[in-house]
Every structure is written in C-alpha cells, then in structure tokens.
Design a protein around this ligand. Structure first.
Ligand SMILES: *Cc1c(COP(=O)(O)O)cnc(C)c1O
Length: 356
C-alpha cells in the first residue's frame, strides 16, 4: 500500500443515506421532470449512437446554456465563455489543479462547501481557511489575514452552503481588486435576488463563476458550467478531460434547457415560496434560531442537534446534521421540499417541540 500512503489521511465525502420518507438532506430539487419532458428525453436518447464518443466540445449544449444564462441575466455570453463539467464538483477540482502553482495555497472561508478542502487535500495543495463572523459573513480582517498568506486563489460559495447567506459583494470585489484569482460558486443563485458575478467574470481575467444544474432539478445528469472571459475559458478547457460531459447528459441538458425551461422556472419559484413559508413556521418555535437564506435550504441552530436529527429520522424526515463541523455546533441544514414534504417536516418539528 506504500503507493497509497498520501491518501491515508483523507476522509471520503460523506452524505446522508438513511432511507427516509421525506428527504430534505441534499439540497436537490424536490420536483422530478414531468412525464411529458421525460417522454421527449426518451425519444431523443433513442437517437444516440451509443458506440460513439460524444461531441468533446458539447457545442450545441453550450449554445443552449449560453442562451439560458443570457435570458436570465440580460447578458451576451457565447459558448466560448463556457467550460462544462461533470457537475461543478469536477470544475472545482479542475480549478484547484490548474490555477497558479500547486505549491501555493487556495483560500476559502469556513464553514463552507467541503469540496474546496477535499480537492485541495487530494492534490496535496496547501489551504488557507479563514473564519466567517457570527452571522456567517466575510470580514475584511479575516480576508486580509488570508491575503497575507499569499494564496493563488479564493473560493467563495455565494449563496454559501451550508449557511444559506450570500457574501458581502464589496469584500469579494476587494479580493478581486487585489488581482488574486477569485472563484464565485453560484450553485444557489437561482434562489437568490442578489446580483451575480458574471459581469465581473466577463470583465476580469482573474474571476470565474461556477454554476450547476444540480440544485434546479438535474442532479442526476451531473452538469456544471464555468463562465469566464474567452481567453480564460480557452486555457482552462485545455486541462479538462476530453469527454467529461456524456452524450446522454448533453442530449438531456439541451432538451430541458429549451423545452423544459418553463417547467424548471416554475419549480424554482415554488421552492422560493415554500422557503418563506417553512422558515416563518419554524421561526415560531422557541429556542430555535433560523438563519436567513438565499438558497433552496436553510440552516437552523437548535438546543441539541444530534438528538433532533435522530428524532426527525424517527418521524420519517431526513435533514443534514452539521452539528459536528467547526462553527456549526447544534446546527441542522434543511432543504426545501414539496409542500406536502414541508408540511410533514413542520408537523414533526411542532410535535417534537410540543407546539413551540
Ligand atoms: C451542490 C454544490 C456544488 C456541486 O454541485 P454539482 O454540480 O452537483 O457537482 C457546488 N458548490 C456548492 C456550493 C454546492 O452546494
């Protein structure tokens, strides 16, 4: 095993797998695609030549994604501004592998999405982890401390996972203006009214934006994309594995982002409305702190995280236990589900906390 020595101290990515009737643990969309859309997908999948490699540039899918982004943000991006990934996880891994020098650190605030740490550890890259304040917001002081360690890149998930809040725009701009490579991971931007960083990504060669289809109904097909200036996207594309986006994924992505757009947008709207309702109900329970959210989930601080996590499972509701992570003592993360699922979660909470 001596060749695997370097992996000895790595921990595998953990996810909640306890089978439960109501699954509110992975920030997926609660809505499956309609039968009509699935029917269209089947028709198109049948036409695939399964013995052939997919288009390595995914040209058609990139055009569709560019249109999708432009229609939402009133922009003018083209396929040349995009790098596609097998989920945005793959793009995170790619960036951590190619940006700057592997000997120099990457920086990110904690608590945040674990992949920045996991990928850094896999490639043996040093990390600069800096703290968010008590509201999970960035501070200039901590950013300055991180900058003093000369990282080659900063990763900001905004809205942040698992805290749900967006980061202070001016402080991200502050890092960008220092000329350090800055990744803004906008996995949850569809659930937020805050301004995206795409404009900055198209303007500066040290800024890229990451997006994913995973939180808006397509976690199964693994499709993420990076938005950057043409020159930047072109360089990063050289390091991407050639056929990382499968033929079926390309076909499904094209259909859903054209014929399925209305459906997708309705689902996003429904999740946003339910978020308001669930959070306001849970806020009524004494001794629970509900943190604000711009995402399709929210974080709550409870008297005893492990106990409540277990009690909810007994009532058939699975949420994500964050209790054991630094700065997240007794915190649980709850994804927004369908109305009926949210009702079951709310009912379970009121039963456990005896109506408040
Ligand atoms: C879920 C998530 C991702 C990963 O998404 P995939 O496209 O499914 O790999 C990236 N960043 C953040 C912040 C996430 O929460």
């Amino acid at each position: 095993m001596k060749y695997l020595e370097r992996l000895k101290n790595l921990k595998a990515y953990k996810t909640e797998t306890t089978p439960c009737k109501v699954k509110l643990s992975s920030n997926e969309s609660p809505f499956d695609l309609s039968d009509k859309l699935k029917e269209r997908i089947s028709q198109e999948i049948k036409k695939i030549n399964f013995q052939r490699y997919p288009d390595p540039h995914a040209t058609r899918l990139k055009e569709v994604i560019a249109n999708f982004v432009n229609s939402e943000e009133n922009l003018n991006i083209t396929p040349e501004n995009l790098v596609l990934g097998n989920g945005s996880d793959e793009l995170i891994h790619l960036l951590i592998t190619v940006i700057g020098d592997l000997k120099n650190p990457v920086a990110y605030p904690i608590p945040t999405f674990p992949m920045y740490q996991v990928s850094s550890d896999v490639v043996g890259r040093p990390k600069v982890e800096f703290e968010l304040d008590e509201n999970f917001q960035l501070t200039k002081e901590e950013i300055d401390k991180a900058l003093s360690k000369n990282p080659d890149a900063f990763f900001f998930a905004s809205p942040n996972n698992p805290t749900g809040n967006s980061f202070d725009r001016d402080l991200i701009k502050y890092v960008i203006d220092k000329g350090v490579f800055t990744v803004i991971d906008e996995a949850y931007i569809h659930f937020s009214d805050k301004e995206s960083f795409i404009k900055e990504a198209l303007q500066y060669d040290n800024v890229v934006v990451l997006r994913t289809m995973s939180k808006v109904g397509l976690a199964s097909i693994r499709l993420g994309y990076l938005i950057a200036k043409k020159e930047v996207a072109e360089e990063i594309n050289k390091a991407r594995l050639p056929f990382n986006v499968t033929y079926p994924t390309q076909v499904i992505g094209e259909i859903v982002l054209t014929e399925g757009l209305d459906e997708l947008n309705q689902q996003i709207k429904a999740v946003r409305e339910e978020r308001t309702r669930v959070m306001s109900e849970i806020s009524k329970i004494k001794h629970i702190k509900v943190y604000p959210s711009d995402a399709n989930f929210f974080l709550m601080k409870v008297p005893n995280g492990d106990l409540l996590h277990k009690q909810l499972i007994e009532k058939g509701v699975l949420v994500r236990n964050m209790s054991h992570l630094p700065k997240l003592e007794n915190c649980l993360r709850v994804s927004i589900g369908k109305k009926e699922e949210n009702d079951e979660f709310i009912k379970a909470m009121f039963e456990i906390f005896k109506n408040g």
